[in-house]
Ligand binder design. Structure first.
Ligand code: FAS
Ligand code: PHB
Length: 389
């Protein structure tokens, strides 16, 4: 088999890149380890930056998002029982779009199917070969037989646990990591959201987030111990704890119901440099991870895809190599700003096991400054709606 671009990983990064390349007549093959049903079963991100909305529009997959997505022009921040709003529209003139990653993936699959795209599911033993040469290729097992695809370029879109990052020699890679001493226990419930905008809450019992997918589907998170497992938490225990972490007014109006999904996500900040090696380019979680506090995971994957798509178009359509040659430095410049914001917002909103009395006072002062300062709120808003590509 031969194609122009082999894309390892069929999550949002891989599917979005494949669809964008298709709009420019650039051929790709997507290799996905899981089944399509498994990929679509994952409940992850919920907030799309303007840049991601624009990319979905360029990819021709924005129709359902524009009818079912919910634009948000601000968010609420709760400190104990006090609430204040950060107005994105006032500070940036922009909004974000509440539209689940699962729906993004569903829309991308539909477009890829309509285009007769080659997406191979349940592939095993993917190996990247000669990425540092002019004729790279990928081998894998599919349908019980050994396969090989020759290509011009390889996009590593296979997430944190994929094979692509590890295909760059260890002596070439520099990795940066911070593991947070807590996780997020997330619940999806077929109940009306407690508020029409998100509530990020810093309470004496820990962080909580009230989010949503649509007027009848809510997404809630509470900070939990790294030792916790989803089965340790009954629905009753979750709702009781969430009520204790959000302001009384919202706790009193919270509509609870059975969880239709319950999972725990560990929190880490991680970046690998460089994000390219020869003709291999890493995108999304394959190259970096953020704590989900700032809703930057999926959105930073999107900006990677933007830069790589731009570079591949330059190569194939203009015969120029500047975009591909500088992909890693362009992508990393924005990645590190997303890492910073995600770390800062996580430090502001969570209670850390080793937090001293001084640390707590500083955190409370930072929240009070954010509450009282237009400049501080403008800074948060600029980062939240998404910094320029
Ligand atoms: P993904 O991990 O989504 O996709 C990689 C794909 O590659 C997967 O389908 C995988 O099966 C496949 N793959 C892996 N190894 C392979 C191999 N060897 N061969 C072939 N295929 C392979 N972000 C937010 O903004 N908000 C959130 O609330 C949020 N919650 C999250 C919760 C969890 C549990 C996780 C893990 C992430 C969360 N994220 C969140 C971040 C998430 O949204 C990612 O940023 C987003 O999925 C990145 O997309 P991809 O880069 O495509 O990686
Ligand atoms: C979500 O709706 O899943 C969500 C929203 C905002 C975040 C993280 C997750 O910061």
């Amino acid at each position: 088999m031969r194609t122009q671009v082999v894309i390892v990983g069929g999550g949002p990064s891989g599917l979005l890149l494949s669809q964008l390349l298709y709009t420019k007549g650039i051929d790709s093959v997507v290799l996905e380890r899981q089944t399509r049903a498994y990929v679509l079963s994952r409940i992850r991100a919920g907030v799309l930056e303007r840049g991601m909305v624009d990319l979905m529009t360029r990819a021709g997959v924005d129709a359902r998002m524009r009818t079912e997505g919910i634009p948000h022009t601000g968010t609420l921040i709760a400190q104990g029982d006090t609430l204040f709003r950060v107005d994105f529209a006032k500070h940036t003139g922009q909004s974000v779009m509440l539209y689940g990653q699962t729906e993004v993936t569903r829309d991308l699959y539909a477009a890829r199917d309509a285009a007769g795209a080659k997406i191979l599911h349940e592939v095993d033993a993917v190996e990247i070969h000669d990425a540092d040469r002019d004729a790279p290729f990928v081998t894998f097992q599919h349908g019980g037989s050994d396969q090989r695809i020759d290509c011009d370029f390889i996009a590593g879109c296979d997430g944190f646990h994929g094979v692509s990052r590890r295909s760059i020699p260890a002596e070439v890679r520099q990795e940066y990591e911070k593991v947070y001493p807590f996780g997020w226990l997330g619940v999806l419930s077929e109940t009306p959201p407690v508020n029409d905008e998100l509530i990020y809450a810093n309470s004496s019992r820990g962080f909580a987030l009230c989010s949503m997918r649509n007027p009848q589907l809510s997404r809630y998170y509470i900070q939990c111990s790294m030792a916790d497992k989803p089965e340790d938490w009954t629905d009753t225990a979750f709702w009781h704890e969430l009520r204790r972490r959000i302001p009384a007014e919202q706790a009193d109006t919270l509509v609870t119901g059975p969880s239709v999904e319950k999972s725990i996500a560990p929190l880490r900040s991680f970046v690998t440099e460089p994000m390219q090696w020869g003709r291999l380019f890493l995108c999304g979680d394959a190259a970096h991870i953020v704590p989900p506090t700032g809703a930057k995971g999926l959105n930073t994957a999107a900006s990677d895809v933007h830069y790589l798509f731009d570079g591949l178009c330059q190569h194939y359509l203009d015969g120029a190599s500047e975009g591909l040659n500088h992909y890693s430095e362009r992508a990393l410049a924005r990645v590190w700003k997303a890492e910073r914001f995600s770390w800062w917002f996580s430090s502001l909103m969570h209670r850390y096991p080793d937090q001293s009395a001084f640390d707590l006072r500083i955190q409370q002062a930072e929240l009070a400054f954010l509450r009282d300062s237009d400049a501080a709120q403008k800074a948060l808003a600029e980062n939240y709606v998404g910094l320029p590509y």
